[in-house]
Design a protein around this ligand. Structure first.
Ligand code: UDP
Length: 424
């Protein structure tokens, strides 16, 4: 392959995770050489799932696993229903009538007719393609990988969707707090970042200046930034309110950089609703530009991710990796990443976020201290090598093919099937 397009190989992680870990991962991969895995999700860009799969599938390929990635297609009304399902899984109230279920299940059935998912493993991501497994004769285990915050799902929606989930061979959730009462094994894999990707690789000061300059982001004052899909769960309004309170005491520029995922029909209207807040020092930008995300997270004095619900929050990991001082909403996966006051700050309100912005902007040393701790935490826990190894363990654990081999339960942290009585 042309060297410019060569994907990241596990050996490149040696400086970060050590030779021993690299060799262990290679050994595990050798035992699975040629295994075919197909992932199905609903968008190639915008959002954490696409970000994860872009790097993970390539790393798996270089390890000898034949990892494929397919998309389901759908009209705007399909994605409008699936976004409602996504919101309801995170706790929003919805009216899921029969016509919406018909659109949802009908479009997935049409996708199934066009797809060949012959493979040793099928991994279906999030609710959009969830009913797919009803349309295939299985050649191997089917896994449902759910990336959303399942801690308080809307009861009726969960009752409906869990009927599909129960037909899978196992489910992988991001955190143990998201476990539900299910008749199938549940595993917990926290997401991870690719430190070598354009979004996370080292940049020179000149490269950062160039990117920020290209998008007209001034650097005369410290930058406070949030990088997020335009989504109400990310609380962009709360970020603007917190910034406005903070700037009564400190001078800074706020940059809200966001994108709209192809499977998220609400994004555009959230973006447009924010535009009325634009000012000289409140910049609201939409761009699909990994190098800009990288530059902004590196140059910002403070990075916010003031989410109200957050399955995991890769933007937090990305900023922490860059040694940024991060303020995160006290929810979901963010609390597993930031130890409050050690590797960033956790906040539960607009006022708290404002106070932390002021504290950080007044104290460069504190920014550096939190940032250094954040970087080392990501190095220890949130690199793609760890996630790739967890998947290798998962594939190996399915012996015989459709059942998790009991001996490996403890190592993988599996929650084994629960009796079908009430939610846990
Ligand atoms: N992202 C991006 N550009 C943007 C906003 C977000 O590239 O303008 C990326 C971000 O860097 C991260 C992903 O989208 O890799 C968002 O993942 P996260 O887990 O934080 O949230 P999700 O969107 O999946 O809810």
């Amino acid at each position: 392959m042309d060297h410019r397009f060569r994907p990241v190989r596990i050996e490149q992680y040696a400086n970060l995770i050590g030779n021993e870990a690299v060799e262990r991962i290679e050994r595990k991969a050798r035992r699975l050489a040629g295994l075919r895995v197909v992932n199905v999700s609903s968008t190639f860009y915008g959002g954490g799932v696409a970000e994860l799969l872009s790097s993970l599938t390539l790393l798996q390929q270089t390890l000898g696993v034949r990892a494929d990635w397919r998309l389901i297609q759908g009209s705007p009304d399909f994605f409008s229903v699936t976004k409602k399902l996504h919101n309801a899984l995170q706790g929003a109230d919805i009216d899921l009538d029969d016509s919406k279920k018909e659109v949802y299940e009908g479009v997935v059935a049409q996708n199934a007719m066009r797809m060949d998912l012959t493979s040793d493993f099928v991994v279906v991501h999030d609710p959009q393609p969830l009913p797919l497994m009803r349309h295939f004769r299985r050649c191997g285990p089917w896994i449902w990988r759910c990336h959303v915050d399942l801690s308080q799902p809307h009861a009726g929606t969960w009752e409906y969707l869990s009927g599909f989930v129960a037909e899978y061979d196992a489910t992988v959730l991001s955190l143990p707090e998201y476990a539900r009462r299910l008749p199938i094994p549940q595993l917990f894999f926290m997401p991870a970042i690719d430190p070598f990707a354009p979004k996370n690789c080292e940049l020179t000061d000149a490269q950062i200046d160039e990117r920020l300059g290209k998008f007209g982001i001034p650097q005369d004052l410290p930058i406070v930034a949030q990088v997020s899909r335009f989504d109400r769960w990310k609380d962009p309004v709360g970020v603007i309110q917190a910034f406005k309170i903070a700037r009564r005491q400190v001078d800074a520029t706020l940059v809200l950089l966001g994108n709209v995922a192809a499977d998220d029909p609400e994004g555009q209207s959230v973006f447009e609703s924010l535009l009325a807040n634009k000012e000289d020092r409140i910049i609201i930008l939409t761009a699909e530009d990994s190098a800009l995300v990288n530059a902004l997270q590196r140059r910002a004095a403070v990075v916010l991710q003031k989410s109200l619900r957050e399955g995991f929050g890769l933007t937090v990991t990305e900023a922490m990796w860059k040694g940024a001082a991060v303020i995160g909403g006290r929810c979901g996966g963010i609390v597993h990443q930031i130890e409050d006051g050690v590797s960033g700050f956790l906040v539960s309100s607009v006022q708290e976020a404002a106070d932390r912005i002021v504290t950080l902007l007044r104290d460069r040393n504190l920014q550096r201290r939190l940032g250094a701790e954040a970087r080392s935490r990501v190095t220890r826990q949130f690199l793609m090598s760890r996630l790739a190894e967890q998947y290798l363990d998962l594939y190996a654990a399915f012996q015989p093919r459709f059942h998790l081999h009991r001996g490996l339960d403890a190592e993988l942290g599996v929650l084994m099937p629960q009796p079908p009585a009430g939610p846990i």
